[in-house]
Ligand binder design. Sequence first.
Ligand code: IMP
Ligand code: MG
Length: 174
Amino acid sequence: MPTTPLIDAGTIARRVAELGRAITEDYGGQDLVVVPVLKGSYMFAADLVRHIDLDVAIDFLGVRSYGNQQESSGVVQITTDLSHSIEGKHVILVEDIVDTGLTVAYLHENLATRQPASLKVASLLHKPSRTRVPVEIDYLGFTVDDVFIVGYGLDFAQKYRNLPYLAVVTDDEA
Ligand code: IMP
Ligand code: MG
């Protein structure tokens, strides 16, 4: 499937470093639990935590969203849950992209019931034109148009996650 580069590796690296510095300042020395949502956010999260100068724990959430490859149905199932309690902890949920908002809205609601001290959202990308549920993104990398994005962790049918930059799938049938 043809892809066209959209955001290069250097631009991503600079933005991710900025987000890490902002998080470091905002949490002022407090401990943090970073929760990447698998699989799409693994690369973003790996780079982001390297720019957070705090005591950071990492715990993963695996989710399955029912629907086809490019459409989220809003029915989200947690396939891998956190391995530790987040009660009383400062938590940042890390997503690759907020598209309709359904996934983050569901996960935010779910994690909030576990009584964290605070709960924020970091997302590499946001497609505001596709919003169905408004979600607050506290740390956002880039806003993108309504195109299908791959690379830097994001996939199309499990491919392209290893691209070191963000690209757009250009095939009409994609
Ligand atoms: P939402 O529930 O519609 O916000 O969709 C969120 C999930 O859909 C993301 O975490 C991605 O896994 C997937 N997704 C949405 N748009 C894209 C895209 O452009 N490229 C790759 N995955 C996407
Ligand atoms: Mg995802």
